[in-house]
Design a protein around this ligand. Structure first.
Ligand code: SF4
Ligand code: SF4
Length: 83
């Protein structure tokens, strides 16, 4: 079964994982200013969050083979400055 963890100390609260996740698996904790996994059941194991995280804070275990990187036009526009 899939397991996903966010390394709390590594997370810098940039919101990129929340922006990229197509199934809204994350929420942002205002108190700690960190992302947390809130609905793991929704995860389609695309691994986009792990790729986009600038801190390498997100890791998955027991996931299946990588599917296509999730993108849409709006998200790509916002990410232009990083590409
Ligand atoms: S992308 Fe990485 S650093 Fe940014 S909020 Fe998500 S877990 Fe934290
Ligand atoms: S692997 Fe894909 S679906 Fe799962 S939490 Fe990350 S971005 Fe969302």
């Amino acid at each position: 079964m899939l397991e996903m963890t966010i390394h709390e100390k590594a997370c810098r609260g940039c919101h990129l994982c929340l922006d990229v996740c197509p199934t809204d698996c994350f929420t942002f904790e205002e108190e700690t200013q960190k992302a947390v996994v809130s609905i793991l059941e929704n995860c389609i194991e695309c691994l986009s969050c792990a790729y986009i995280c600038p801190s390498g804070a997100i890791s998955h275990t027991n996931h299946h083979e990588v599917k296509n990187f999730y993108r849409n036009i709006e998200f790509s526009k916002r990410m232009e400055k990083f590409l």
